[in-house]
Design a protein around this ligand. Structure first.
Ligand code: 3HC
Ligand code: NAI
Length: 699
């Protein structure tokens, strides 16, 4: 027997049990075990039906992603499936936890499927830049019809068992013990003389498909630009409809082979592991005792505070919102209610759910009301003196052990922590706007932050549906520090000859959701201008370059809200290039004696993206970021960097760090150390011919 699967008999039912923690992924030993188990039990004359079940927390969660790209070992999954499908006795897959990807595909090669009510099934390969490569694109349409199958596979989201039963993916829901229920189901099949029903033999009725079904579906894929998998999935379902099963399987195989080798899929597989890696903090023990978080408070009900409070209410944690005035409190709570009611109007929450969440949010003007809470998150004005005053006040009233967090974007957390008598309880929790929507939470570890406070906040991130990434203290932490370089170069290129539209188009085509100038128009040019004028120390300006946003603000162009910023806007809020802006920019170039030149698309990518990568390398050197994957997760989840490029540091590896380094050097020669600061890590990697994946080898 394989170490990963065993088989036994209970009466006339054979049982194959997969046991390969943590998630029973289809590694070579698991495939071998199922293969051998089916062969043995099928050949045993006493056995009349077979149950395939898993030990541990879940049914098979998919192919073993760590095996991808390595030479195959043992029987491949398709041979295992053929052995199952061709067995003479009915095989019942018994599902708990999640049957995902190759896991569900294995179940589809069984003749029947049963599951506990809490189980979920799905084909999430698209999220790894792949398509289901073990018959999922051919068997699922036969089982549930091509229309529904296409949607399920392109969405990639897990489907709860009751819904999967309604869809006919499952034959029965088992209440109570799964193993006993599955055995009873198998015995019933035997009693009825039910056949070993092969999904591959189910015919597809193509006449039921709406006219132009595939063409219309493809139109909807436009929003998934840059991702090659969805189109390939459509091709496979087309094949399932038009061609015999084996032909369809051939097309599926071609599709997955091509996708598996693509940079996009490599990037997305890297992201899968990166998301899990960032949760690990090397010097914090995994089993460290966490502080309980049963109640929370948020200071400030402005843009950020309201969204932060909603996160707690959504997770069922009561939260008190403190404001400076009744008017601000009423306004803030009003916006929270409006947001919830909008979600309700869209049918994503019921009225009862909204009422329950609103019931968890209490407004107050008095700090005395929060003396007993487990955590406070300060989200008031970005001003050091104001924040220090508030932290002194919190220190005086909060119970011992409470966590004091700041949502500051740029300020020195250590300076804030040091005004308290408990700097070990102080931490940065940097949410992204809109805070109730954006998945990223940058968790800023101060010089004195206690390990259990850090671990508690990482766990809290998960509780409130965020992905927490640890950052060290510096101006802008990991994400905004790199963004400053990205935006500064975009601004400089305007003076030298580019237009906002040109730069935005190049970066949009690179895969960013929008370019930096459209982004600024959306956020409001006045917001940055005010911050620069109020806190010149926080936002140092290179005197050799004008800040175009400030020039536009002086002319009343605040962005979308005034229908004019770097672009002009009609009632449809669509950004249109504005000749007036181009004239303002050209006049500035002339005033400063800068001869405008043609700026190439390549230069735009280099100056924006490579500048950010260089800054990321410096953050690694300084220990601000723990690993390249922390930076990548931040840029994908906080700034919309395309996931199919795997984040800026992974992207650097795909194009070659030596190439990035050469370009960075070129710009340092031209513009000097002020903008293009030296990174010894970038240089060492380039010289060693290595990438960020191997950065530890050179530090
Ligand atoms: N292969 C290898 N390792 C896997 C894995 C897989 N398919 N799925 C999970 N793991 C590992 C994780 O990396 C993690 O390792 P770590 O503890 O060392 O960090 C460990 O298993 C536990 O995973 P999670 O932390 O994610 O555990 P959760 O309980 O939160 O979630 C899960 C469990 C829902 C199963 C989640 O792990 C998941 O979504 N897994 C991936 C599912 C998937 O994408 N399957 C499709 C694979 S592609 C495929 O099947 C191709 C086929 O068509 C041929
Ligand atoms: P905001 O101006 O929208 O809201 C701040 C609120 O704090 C105001 O409603 C104000 O009345 C209230 N306030 C001021 N002093 C207070 C006090 N002593 N006690 C209670 N409430 C008080 O500001 P915003 O944008 O929400 O920013 C808050 C913090 O979050 C800042 O530190 C900012 O840097 C940070 N941040 C902002 C992001 C954004 O996109 N707006 C993104 C990430 C962080």
């Amino acid at each position: 027997m394989s170490v990963a699967a065993r088989w036994e008999k209970q009466g006339d039912i054979g049982i194959i049990t997969v046991d390969s923690p943590p998630v029973n992924a289809l590694s070579a030993p698991v495939r071998q075990g199922i293969f051998d188990g089916v062969k043995a039990l099928d050949a045993d004359p006493e056995v009349k039906a077979i149950v395939l079940i898993c030990d541990g927390r879940t049914f098979i969660a998919g192919a073993d992603i760590t095996e991808f790209g390595k030479p195959p070992k043992g029987p491949d999954l398709r041979s295992v499936q053929e052995t199952m499908e061709n067995a003479s006795k009915p095989i019942v897959a018994a599902i708990h936890g999640t049957a995902l990807g190759g896991g569900l595909e294995t179940a589809l090669a069984a003749h029947y499927r049963v599951a506990v009510p809490s189980a979920k099934v799905g084909l999430p390969e698209v999220k790894l830049g792949l398509l289901p490569g073990a018959g999922g694109t051919q068997r699922l349409p036969r089982l549930i019809g091509p229309e529904r199958a296409l949607k399920v596979i392109v969405d990639g989201n897990p489907i709860p068992a009751p819904e999967a039963k309604d869809l006919d993916i499952l034959d029965a829901i088992i209440d109570g013990d799964l193993k006993q229920g599955a055995i009873a189901f198998a015995q019933d099949l035997v009693a009825k003389g039910a056949p070993a029903r092969r999904v591959r033999d189910i015919p597809i009725d193509a006449s039921s498909l709406p006219a132009n079904f595939f063409a219309d579906f493809r139109k909807g894929l436009a929003k998934m630009r840059g991702f090659p998998a969805p189109e390939k999935i459509v091709q496979c379902i087309e094949a399932a409809v038009a061609l015999p099963f084996d032909e369809g399987m051939r097309i599926e195989r071609e599709g997955i082979t091509e996708l598996m080798a693509s940079t996009e899929s490599k990037a997305m597989r890297y992201m899968f592991f990166a998301e899990r890696e960032v949760a690990k903090i090397p010097d914090v023990p995994k089993d460290i005792a966490l502080r309980p978080i049963n109640t929370a408070a948020v200071l400030g009900a402005g843009t950020m505070g309201g969204g932060i409070a909603m996160n707690f209410a959504n997770a069922g944690i009561p939260v008190t919102v403190i404001e400076a005035t009744q008017e601000a409190l009423d306004r803030g709570l009003g916006i929270i209610e409006k947001n919830y009611r909008n979600t309700q109007a869209k049918g994503r929450l019921t009225a009862e759910e909204v009422d329950k969440r609103l019931g968890l949010i209490t407004g107050s003007l008095s700090y005395d009301d929060i003396a007993g809470v487990d955590i406070v998150i300060e989200a008031i004005f970005e001003n050091m003196e104001v924040k220090k005053e508030v932290f002194r006040k919190l220190d005086a009233i909060l119970k011992p052990g409470a966590i004091l967090a700041s949502n500051t974007s740029y300020l020195d957390l250590n300076e804030i922590a040091d005004v308290t008598k408990r700097p070990e309880d102080v931490i940065g929790l940097h949410f992204f706007s809109p805070a109730n929507v954006m998945r990223l939470l940058e968790i800023v570890r101060g010089a004195k932050t206690a390990k259990d406070v850090l671990a508690t906040c990482m766990a809290l991130a998960k509780t409130i549906g965020k992905i927490g990434v640890v950052a060290g203290v510096c101006h802008g932490f990991i994400g905004n520090r790199m963004l400053s370089r990205y935006s500064a170069e975009a601004n400089k290129m305007l003076l030298e000859g580019a237009t906002p539209h040109q730069i935005d188009t190049v970066l949009y085509n690179f895969g960013m959701p929008m370019g930096p100038f459209q982004m600024t128009d959306l956020a409001g040019l006045d917001v940055g201008a005010r911050a620069r004028s109020e806190f010149p120390d926080l936002f140092p300006i290179d005197p050799a370059f004008p800040v175009f946003a400030d020039i536009l603000v002086a002319q009343g162009r605040y962005g979308q809200k005034t229908k004019a910023g770097f672009y002009k806007y009609g009632d449809d809020r669509k950004a249109q290039p504005d000749p007036d802006v181009e004239a303002i920019i050209a006049a500035e170039s002339e005033k400063r004696g800068v001869e405008r030149r043609v700026i190439s698309d390549e230069e735009i990518i280099e100056r924006c993206i490579y500048a950010a990568i260089n800054e990321g390398a410096r953050e690694l050197e300084e220990g601000i970021a723990l690993r390249p994957c922390d930076i990548d997760i931040i840029w994908i989840n906080g700034y919309g960097f395309p996931s199919y490029r795997g984040g800026p540091m992974f992207y650097a590896d795909t194009i070659g760090v030596d190439k990035v380094h050469a370009a960075v050097e070129k710009y340092r020669q031209k513009y000097g150390e002020r903008g293009w600061k030296y990174s010894s890590l970038l240089e060492k990697l380039a010289r060693a011919g290595k990438g960020f994946a191997d950065w530890k080898d050179v530090v």
